[in-house]
Design a protein around this ligand. Sequence first.
Ligand SMILES: Cc1cc2nc3c(=O)[nH]c(=O)nc-3n(C[C@H](O)[C@H](O)[C@H](O)COP(=O)(O)OP(=O)(O)OC[C@H]3O[C@@H](n4cnc5c(N)ncnc54)[C@H](O)[C@@H]3O)c2cc1C
Length: 380
Amino acid sequence: MKHLVLAGGGHAHLHILKALAARRWPDVEVTLVAPHARQIYSGMVPGWMAGHYRIEQCAAPLGPLARAAGVRFIEDSVGGLAAGKRLVRTAVSGDLAYDALSLDTGAEIDCSCLAATGAQLLPIRPLENFVVGWTRLLQSLVTQGRAVIAVVGGGAAGVELALAARYRLTRELGAANVQVTLVTGPQLLAGHGQRIVARVAQTLARQGVAIAGGYAAGTPNGLQLDDGRRLDADAVIAATGVRPAAWLATSGLTLAGDGFVAVNQGQQSISHREVFAAGDVASRIDAPHAKSGVYAVRAGPALTANLERMLNGLPPLAYQPQRRSLYLLATGPQEAIMSWGGVAAGGRWAWKWKDWIDRRFMSQYHPGNANRSGEMHESA
Ligand SMILES: Cc1cc2nc3c(=O)[nH]c(=O)nc-3n(C[C@H](O)[C@H](O)[C@H](O)COP(=O)(O)OP(=O)(O)OC[C@H]3O[C@@H](n4cnc5c(N)ncnc54)[C@H](O)[C@@H]3O)c2cc1C
């Protein structure tokens, strides 16, 4: 019997669980290690903040999915990896020996520049902590009767979170009692086309979200902006860039220049043929791409096929990530902005489209819907 360890309950691993529920692999025992009983889908988190979804609608329950797949589920974190010894080190459940290992543990958020912000700091990852933190914050702001929020991060996630916070707090407290500022770094939506940047900037202005360009550093009361301004806030939401988990550096795996696991065209580690990785934790050496959920989702079928091939002594098949993605950004009320190639458009119809895609994507991971399939659009 061979042992496959799945580290992390990310998007690509959800696909493996679904595939195993449909067809088990002979003579392979599978263990999933993930720190929480559910996998929260980031694409629906801004909609949840805005009040459009219950959190259960935005999460895939890992226990039932693992049971249906005949997979042992250990609710624990991977705290280390000794790739040379084929050992995964978990935080509390001891070491796990493997014949094949698949990593889909995502990325951490790098908010080191905001460390001095202290207790008011609310990083977007891990999503489980963010969900608890936002729920508490909302309650205390409602009691206080007014809110001053800063969101740091000028990417699509920062935009969506700022608009969601503004919309929800305005509903709860009234527009006059709410101030939301988005700190964007040198450029709003760097890497996106001019049309979408202009449309997003208009939307932020219309919804009453102030934009501060430049960088911010944390202070005990909020933020210090690099133009000299101080921004005191009840809370600072961090949607700053991603960084790899510290344990990767001592894993023995060859890492890419960005510190994530270097993988080849088959999502296989370039240093250890029995280790595979997909999603934000992996960096394709041959075809670098953005770290976003849509790539993690799309890599799922290739990862599944190649793990099975590797366990049967076959070489992995090449997989080509897509070059362009559909972007659908939630803008607070039930409206969204769509970007495809150079085209930007939006309104209620775009929200309806996004909502349909997101619900359909999640429905395949709710118990009893094993035969459904769904795609994912990109927003961050
Ligand atoms: C607000 C927001 C909105 C976004 N919206 C979109 C969108 O609409 N479309 C899109 O394409 N992208 C979106 N993104 C980006 C997207 O969230 C990530 O790129 C995507 O989640 C990466 O998927 P993944 O499978 O690599 O990892 P994740 O989804 O982060 O999953 C990682 C899993 O590993 C587990 N894990 C973490 N550490 C460990 C450990 N040490 N041991 C074991 N398990 C571990 C986690 O609990 C989790 O189950 C958004 C991001 C944010 C912040």
